[in-house]
Ligand binder design. Structure first.
Ligand code: KE4
Length: 430
């Protein structure tokens, strides 16, 4: 498989874009080799600039649950652009998508759209601080909530991949209100509440996808809810990644824990830039222009992005059983890969929630970021490279998550498992 054109494109990109990429994790730094440059996506497939085809298990880091160039989403976008790209004024498209999002979540009465997950989380934190008149926040090591200053502390995703969890350029003053706890460890959260009586919110990925794939224990989330209630602290579920990927009704529907604020992104834009945050009416009433908490955005609620998101979520609503089908495929994939690895004496930890899946090359179950960091990063890099060379595109970091789209068939899953068996065999026979 030649990747000469990608190599050339990467060299050229590095002359005008830092690292040659517009988001660090894309640089393949943690798996080695040259990032492949994509020329197009179609259904389950990506095609790179050398003409190589790959079955795509990343789907733009989650948004494309219906695969590339889904007909209904593409038609909605093409129709929307005929009426203009952006107005900076309210449109009915925003109301239509808002009503759809609200209908999926018991915890959400109203929702505000923004243009990224980072914006959604940054705004949700400000709203929580404004609503509670408190300054401190609690986050969990290994959880990633976008790159706003106060949250880029012991973050996951790209921040960890580069081993610099707390980024330079973030003044200590900007993170002194950020308290850290350990995922799935309620005692560590109790310590935060012992250290501060000024905690506005606890923010968590209830189904974490940025330290690798680590769903929170249900009991832990229930304890977290009780702790927040006892202290007048808001609980924020950051579902930018897990929203409409683990389930269509939010983590609340599978854990029984109702958050105060939910942040969303990815799938709700159908591949276009959309983030959102929602909560019950009394909390959202604090948000400008109704209330004093300021938040704004030139392209927030962009009508073309709204059309893509509406088509994406409408299709999910009309096909509610789709998540069960995707989950069955995800389970088949990880169990097949795990069995193939075991034949070569390689141990994998795997987990699935809906269309999300993850795996660690690790001898013990992964319950938090410290456990995840004990995983075999070298084995992961060899696996990623071997699968890429066979035409299977997995997330280029062990601190990420995999996704199944409706375009990925049972046959493709079997193809992937067979390829993994060959890759594990080759790794062991080196
Ligand atoms: P964006 O600003 O990238 O749209 O969303 C930030 C964000 C917030 N919260 C969660 C739970 C997220 O997973 C993300 C973004 N996810 C990463 C993937 N791990 C985006 C990929 C990237 O950074 O290039």
């Amino acid at each position: 498989m030649s990747t000469n054109a990608s190599t050339k494109a990467f060299q050229e990109a590095q002359e005008s874009i830092p690292g040659g990429v517009n988001s660090p994790v894309r640089a393949f730094k943690s798996v080695g080799g040259t990032p492949i440059f994509i020329s197009e996506g179609q259904g389950a497939y990506l095609t790179d600039v050398d003409g190589n085809k790959y079955i795509d298990y990343v789907q733009s880091w989650g948004p494309l649950i219906f695969g590339h160039r889904d007909e209904s989403i593409e038609a909605a976008v093409l129709e929307a652009v005929k009426h203009g790209l952006s107005f900076g004024a309210p449109t009915e498209a925003e109301t239509e998508l808002a009503k759809l999002v609200v209908g999926f979540f018991d915890s959400i009465d109203k929702v505000r759209f923004v243009s990224s997950g980072t914006e959604a989380v940054m705004s949700a934190i400000r709203l929580a601080r404004g609503f509670t008149h408190r300054d401190d926040i609690v986050k969990f090591t290994g959880c990633y909530h976008g790159h706003s200053d106060a949250l880029l502390v012991e973050a996951g995703s790209g921040a960890v991949t580069f081993g610099n969890p707390s980024s330079p350029g973030v003044p200590a003053d900007f993170t002194k209100h950020t308290l850290l706890a350990e995922y799935n460890n309620i005692e560590s959260v109790k310590k935060c509440f012992a250290d501060s009586n000024d905690i506005a919110c606890v923010i968590i990925e209830p189904i974490a996808g940025n330290m690798g794939f680590v769903p929170a224990d249900k009991e832990f989330l229930h304890e977290l809810r009780k702790l927040c209630d006892a202290n007048g602290t808001l609980l924020i579920f950051d579902e930018v990644m897990s929203g409409f990927r683990a389930t269509i009704n939010g983590a609340e529907s599978i854990t029984g824990v109702i958050p105060d604020i939910v942040t969303l992104g990815k799938v709700i834009g159908g591949g276009m830039p959309v983030g959102a945050f929602g909560a019950r009416a009394e909390i959202m009433a604090e948000l400008s222009p109704d209330g004093p908490v300021y938040q704004a955005g030139t392209l927030s609620g962009n009508p073309v992005a709204m059309a893509a998101g509406f088509a994406s979520l409408s299709k999910l609503k009309q096909n509610a059983r789709v998540m069960a089908v995707l989950e069955a495929r995800a389970k088949r994939l990880v169990s097949g890969m795990k069995a193939s690895a075991a034949e070569q004496g390689i141990t994998m930890q795997t987990d699935v929630r809906g269309s999300m899946f993850g795996f660690f090359f690790n001898d013990a179950p992964v319950k938090n970021f410290k456990d995840a960091q004990k995983s075999d990063a070298e084995m992961f890099a060899k696996f990623h490279t071997g699968m890429l060379q066979k035409g299977f595109y997995f997330a280029c970091s062990l601190y990420e998550t995999g996704f199944i789209s409706t375009a990925i068939t049972d046959e493709m899953i079997e193809e992937t498992i067979n390829a993994a068996a060959k890759v594990f065999k080759a790794i062991k026979n080196v």
